[in-house]
Design a binder for this molecule. Structure first.
Ligand code: SF4
Length: 407
């Protein structure tokens, strides 16, 4: 895989080193977790976590752009990736954000001039934003960090569109990537965004009976111009935001296949639903597969770090929550003390305070991990903080030496 040059403060002495040892010595398909034992504490870390290809690529381009253009104004359309540590560091270095993650304007486009640089985030951006940038005569090629795995989804969508399929996009409607995917069609292909299986079921009513009332009200803001449920559900194809939960994506695809069979029968089903695989990216698949390797271990508590608006991180939290106590935190700083933690409640979308959150046992098994936009250094500081709370000194060199003995 390509080597990226990133600021060294995103790396860590212990966790990055163990990750590298495993990458060099093991098969990519070995999903067993990494175990670090420090006194009475065991830390289990999934094989795959942290910066993915697209995130590294985006970060490398950002820092290179800052370094090479000290005299220029540098804008980012919105967050480069969903990690507050990285975004705040870019802000400190003078990068200005034009929009919030939800698309709200921070700096209006009329402040941006031909001589400025506009960086396109890893999620990509909408055709509308691209057209504004191009009309201003701003060069985009060198500053477009759109992940190739996102572009792949756009290509899949356009290929299906060429064959007259209506596109169902399984994604979070408020997420930058899903907005970009919805927008990046060459023509006005009929398309619609659905968030989850509940919405897939709602949509199926209109597929089975296009005369059902209130389509426009139910899916307001989610469908393309001139969408017509009476003629646009004869051929459908499903594509996904790259960071959805794999099981849910499969459930949705299977569900729509059954609905189309119900409507059109089995014989010509291939003419009515595209036979395609999901469009989740490799990092989403590997991160979810490797965290599932931990569900049968006796984990006492899990900490998952990442931006609260990070889709791939929230999927890891969802998996963990089913099996053990889990805290979703944006960084180690949320562990205020050994008695108090601030964590994110995904359902209520608010931060909450929890007292006495650390287990008190003879041996304690922690799961620690982060989403595809979480630097290794954050995870390492989290491990250090937990050890400090339990008065367990860490000898990193010894841990690495012992770890190497396995190979
Ligand atoms: S999570 Fe996947 S699609 Fe998103 S930036 Fe990483 S590799 Fe690309």
């Amino acid at each position: 895989m390509k080597h990226f040059v990133l600021p060294t403060y995103y790396d860590s002495e212990l966790i990055s080193e163990l990750k590298e040892i495993r990458t060099k010595n093991e098969k990519r398909t070995d999903y067993s977790p990494t175990k670090i034992s420090i006194g009475k504490l065991n830390f289990f870390i999934p094989k795959y976590f942290g910066f993915c290809f697209g995130v590294k690529n985006a970060i490398e381009i950002c820092y290179k752009t800052i370094q090479e253009n000290p005299q220029k104004k540098i804008y980012l359309i919105s967050e480069i990736i969903h990690n507050p540590n990285v975004n705040n560091d870019l802000k400190k270095k003078g990068v200005k954000f034009l929009q919030k993650s939800n698309g709200e304007t921070i700096i209006p486009w009329n402040k941006v001039t031909k001589n400025d640089i506009v960086i396109i985030p890893a999620f990509g951006t909408t055709k509308e934003n691209m057209s504004i940038i191009q009309k201003k005569g701003i060069e985009t090629k060198s500053y477009d960090t759109t992940c190739p795995f996102v572009t792949k989804v756009w290509n899949r969508g356009n290929d299906l569109a060429k064959k007259d399929y209506t596109i169902l996009i399984h994604g979070k409607p408020e997420h930058e990537e899903t907005k970009a995917t919805f927008s990046n069609f060459k023509h006005n292909t009929p398309r619609i965004i659905i968030k989850n299986i509940k919405e897939a079921k709602l949509l199926s009513k209109y597929i089975l009976n296009p005369n059902e009332p209130d389509f426009k009200k139910t899916f307001k803001g989610r469908f393309s111009k001139k969408f017509n449920p009476k003629k646009d559900f004869q051929k459908i194809g499903v594509i996904n935001q790259t960071t959805m939960l794999a099981e849910e994506t499969q459930e949705i695809s299977y569900f729509f296949e059954q609905i189309m069979k119900k409507k059109y029968g089995n014989t010509h089903i291939k003419n009515h639903i595209a036979n395609t695989r999901d469009t989740l990216c490799y990092a989403t698949n590997e991160n979810q597969t490797s965290i599932k390797e931990l569900i049968n271990l006796n984990i006492d508590l899990a900490f998952i770090t990442g931006g609260y608006n990070s889709s791939n991180t929230s999927q890891l939290v969802k998996i963990c929550e089913k099996y053990f106590g889990t805290y979703f935190i944006s960084s180690e700083k949320k562990l205020i003390s050994e008695n108090e933690i601030i964590h994110f409640d995904m359902k209520k979308k608010i931060e909450k305070i929890q007292k006495n959150y650390l287990p008190n046992k003879k041996v304690i098994n922690f799961l620690i991990s982060g989403g595809a936009s979480c630097p290794d250094s954050v995870l390492e500081r989290l491990l250090e903080k937990i050890c400090k709370f339990y008065n367990q000194p860490i000898n990193k060199k010894k841990i690495i030496k012992n770890f190497l003995l396995k190979y």
